[in-house]
Design a protein around this ligand. Sequence first.
Ligand code: PLP
Length: 407
Amino acid sequence: MSSDIPLADWTMGISRSALQDMLTTCARPDMLSFALGLPAAELFPTEKYAQSLARVLSNDPRSLQYGPPLQRLKQQVLEIMRLRGVHCREEQIFLTAGAQQGMHMLTRLLLNPGGRVVMEQMTYSGFQQVLQPYCPTILTVPTDLDTGMDVDAVERFLREEPRPSLIYSVADGHNPLSVSMSVEKRRRLVELARRFRVPIIEDDPYGLLFYGDSCMPPLRSFDADWVCYVGTFSKILAPGVRTGWLVVPENLVAPLSVIKESIDINMATLTQRAVSDYIGTGDLSDHLPVLRAEYRRRRDAMLLALQTHFPTGARWRTPESGLFCWVELPVQINGSELLRLAIDTEKIAFIPGFAFHAGNGPCLGSALRLNFSANSTAVIEDGIARLARIVNGLLSNRKLDDRRALH
Ligand SMILES: Cc1ncc(COP(=O)(O)O)c(C=O)c1O
């Protein structure tokens, strides 16, 4: 039975996201999922984290009380940012309950209702959800799959009045497109932000999950005044800890505290202490290379399986960072139809590319986002072979239909 409770106007257009639907579908034990950006559960440092939790609970009486952000964790975040190539100060760190909350708070701080936001046509859907209550004008720019965001298109929007309130960017291991932005474009984007006085929200969950020799310099490393950096422990430790951080100009910290208080009063005192204790053991520094090596193996297994089984005409790049392969199939394939068949006949799930589409421009209906972090190499090989069978079957049917149409 539906209720008659009147909802706020902005909720008129909302529906469950494709990712939320997938969370339910993929929870089925018989499902092979390439759908979500789940880190590998078997690599979570469960025992060490359990020891940290137990230590904190028995040694620190404040761990179950309300309390301020943990200074020690902020100092540890400074070290992580140093690994990321950013030198910042403790006064610029703001602890959050994950990247999603960080983006919520920054958006609340920077965007007026009906304001203008610059982002890529294909963008992390979680950020699109953050924007919804503000009913903004979304200004979308294309993305080059080798070099990232079209910075010239960004400049055109920045020259317009009224000026946009913010630019959203995932410069490393883009979700869903998997591209990492070229250094040249990073420099230019930041230079534009500074020149036009429009802040960038740099969402960086994947910057430390790189598969080459070193990570790319984040946007924040080029500018401390116009880049608001969003970091998270979700992909490098575990999403269940719901702990992340912002690196922002110092004067934003006080208003962010007011916003944070209005949302959930303060950081989860127990979790921030346990995360800090865990980092204090030195295990995270050992854990990161393990993650990178294993995800690289899984990425390579996926690339090889795509090469072996997918039809000519399918295209993808080698992701240098992050957890996804972006695959563009021949246009005869319809992503929704493929997903339905994949779930019904092979119990395989993925996210069709159009689920990430922002704004009103044209959208390639035959693209897929495939996650490579959550399954073993053997499962990846098997799953991609089975998915390819469906793709090849659909393509043969289309050819048959075309021939029939000709006769
Ligand atoms: C680009 C991007 N931003 C933010 C998030 C959410 O991160 P968190 O779990 O820290 O809220 C994700 C999760 O997949 C993501 O891919």
